[in-house]
Design a binder for this molecule. Sequence first.
Ligand code: PAF
Length: 279
Amino acid sequence: MKIFKFKSDLQSYLESIREEKILSFVPTMGALHLGHMSLIETAKHKSDIVICSIFVNPTQFNNPADLLKYPRNNEVDIKILEDLDCDILYLPEVIDLYNNNEKAKTFNFNGLDKFMEGSGRSGHFDGVATIIEKLFRIIKPNIAFFGLKDLQQLQIIKHVTMQLCLPIEIIGVETKREESGLAMSSRNSLLSEQEKGKSMLISETLNFIKDNSTILSIDELTKQSIKKFKNQNVLDLKYLEIVSLNTLQPISKLGEKNTNAACIAASISSVRLIDNIIF
Ligand code: PAF
């Protein structure tokens, strides 16, 4: 695997090999887990060259403590990528991507950012879109892969890619789960086994919503789901929304099959977990 620390070197190398090849890109913030591995595997099947980036993007963290405690382990990540036969890793320092004191650009997400992760984390999606635009313009991949776990991020990236007229296909890849149902996330490494056990409530509630979606009204599904969180005191529910998959706006009536999504964010010992189900 070739490792590049500077965008100029990466760009020159990519220009020398790009011709007639399908380039796929998997952007990450490191602390790689089975979810990332499945993105890389999917990318390998769909392209000739797989480029992964590891960059903990400061502009998408509105809480500096969250940025500081974000898990980082480049050595282990490099070994994982090598074992997966990833072709290229871009591993820059902040200075390669941002000028001194550069802030996130402001985007118009057409309302996709107004709920859920957008309401409690002001500027978060501007930060995500800023880094993704930079990375897309440097790498110019044909396809880019993102986890469906971060559904709102995925829809926003699809929107921005279209808005900027970038000729990149965006593919969402199924969420990988622990045996308990807990969605895999780099943040899970900050949880004890006991906390992981308690966090199962998130995926259990999402399955409850999907399984009962044809029997109960949206209002009733929401009420009963929120009650499940009120009946315990370990997980702090931040939001539970049943939304339209495409617009991410809350719905009062179910749309056709697979056009609805239930999304949950909850924190446990100040670790924020998110998950969703499409139905
Ligand atoms: O999902 C992530 O890991 C990050 O938000 C991303 C897409 C790599 C941008 O920094």
